[in-house]
Design a protein around this ligand. Structure first.
Ligand SMILES: Cc1ncc(C[n+]2csc(CCOP(=O)(O)OP(=O)(O)O)c2C)c(N)n1
Ligand SMILES: [Mg+2]
Length: 377
């Protein structure tokens, strides 16, 4: 969709910066321009007219189990990090779960996913086993990359997880390559790539937007907009807080959605996947969400008030899912039984990882470099 007759007013702000307000775009006219969406639980979603069909109760129960598995796994990982059991930086996606679960449920086996260093939720949503995932974060040999990838480089091609990446935005052109391969081979595979709001200002994002739109690649760009880049709120780094507006200038369809609601995410990604498979090209989805834990394990979180986090707790993915289940007649007792089941499963997964052997030092360089005879034949 194009922004017909749009115009931008740029006003000076008190702190010497500028504030840009996009006006006259017919489809966003009703959106209230917020001065600080950083502290809003969810900004107005009037920018997207999305039909959201209700998912079955059985699927919602499965999604709740998955969301809780991710949440409890990440809480256990934070505890392990505090005990000094995890080397290197570890970023959790506590609060982001619905973005991964809704998207994975809308896609097919054989489709591809790439994501950021904040990618445990994507790995599990795409079917990776929690025990082996924890082992990977702990650097143990039963991990999906034999403990050599760690938290920031989750990978499992058999699940379509083609790689988390520690370099902001680097996973995005990788997904375009996967989508291009699918297109050239005449396959029906779609690639989805997840990135943060901070990635928008990397040049490679814009190169990828352009080529993906021009070549109509079967690609879905999914921005998990948690409104922070590390410790910096979005209003300090971007004059436009509505991230979904950027890709429109490349002729790409885009939508802004509630990233904390699995049914909304599922509907948006289903629509984008259908477009991609029909040859109509990429779609950009901005899922508004919030990171409830620190940027990484050990983050002191001095940059945001505790009240802001508490406000967001009232509308986070697990709460939203529990409310949906209760509304469908799944009672408290059933939910409590699920909670207990998942809690035990995570305890077992942690024990599995802790008992997993360290990689053999003799294998240090195995699977790290690719041997090739390309060009020498
Ligand atoms: C190219 C590059 N620049 C800087 C960094 C350091 N860095 C790590 S995470 C991050 C913030 C990214 O924010 P965002 O894209 O919003 O993702 P979030 O962490 O909020 O999920 C930065 C700047 C990096 N890893 N790669
Ligand atoms: Mg962010």
């Amino acid at each position: 969709m194009q922004l017909a007759n749009s115009a931008t007013d740029v006003d000076a702000t008190e702190d010497g910066g500028v504030q840009a307000t996009v006006t006259n775009a017919s489809d966003i006219e009703s959106r209230a321009v917020s001065t600080s969406i950083t502290t809003d639980v969810l900004p107005s979603m009037s920018a997207t007219d999305l039909d959201v069909p209700a998912l079955s109760t059985d699927l919602l129960v499965e999604m709740y189990k998955k969301a809780l598995t991710i949440r409890l796994m990440e809480e256990a990982l934070l505890a392990s990090a505090e005990e000094g059991q995890i080397g290197g930086a570890m970023h959790t996606a506590i609060g982001h779960e619905a973005n991964a679960i809704g998207a994975a449920a809308a896609l097919r086996r054989g489709d591809y996913v790439t994501c950021t260093y904040r990618g445990h939720h994507h790995g599990l949503a795409w079917g990776m086993d929690p025990g082996r995932a924890i082992a990977e974060v702990m650097g143990r040999s039963d991990g999906f990359a034999k403990g050599k990838g760690g938290s920031m480089h989750f990978v499992s091609p058999e699940h379509g997880m083609m790689g988390a990446n520690g370099i902001v935005a680097a996973q995005v052109p990788h997904a375009a390559g996967l989508a291009l391969a699918s297109h050239i081979r005449g396959e029906d595979r779609v690639a989805i790539t997840f990135f943060g709001d901070g990635a928008l200002f990397q040049g490679v994002m814009h190169e990828t937007f352009n080529i993906a739109a021009k070549w109509k690649l079967p690609l879905i760009f999914y921005c998990e907009n948690n409104r922070y880049s590390e410790m910096t709120p979005i209003w300090r780094t971007s004059s436009i807080e509505d991230i979904y507006l950027f890709p429109r200038s490349y002729g790409m369809d885009s939508m802004q959605i509630d990233g904390n609601d699995v049914e909304v995410v599922h509907a948006a990604v289903s629509q984008a996947a259908e477009r991609a498979r029909s040859g109509a090209g990429p779609t950009f989805i901005e899922g508004i969400t919030y990171r409830l834990a620190g940027h990484m394990a050990g983050d002191l979180e001095t940059y945001r008030p505790q009240e802001e986090v508490e406000k967001q707790q009232a509308y986070e993915p697990l709460t939203v899912l529990r409310q949906k289940l209760l509304a469908r007649g799944v009672d408290d007792a059933r939910i409590a039984a699920i909670d207990e089941e998942i809690d035990e499963m995570i305890d077992e997964a942690v024990a599995f990882a802790e008992n997993s052997p360290w990689p053999d030092p003799a294998e240090t360089y195995l699977d790290v470099f690719v041997s090739t005879t390309y060009g020498e034949e």
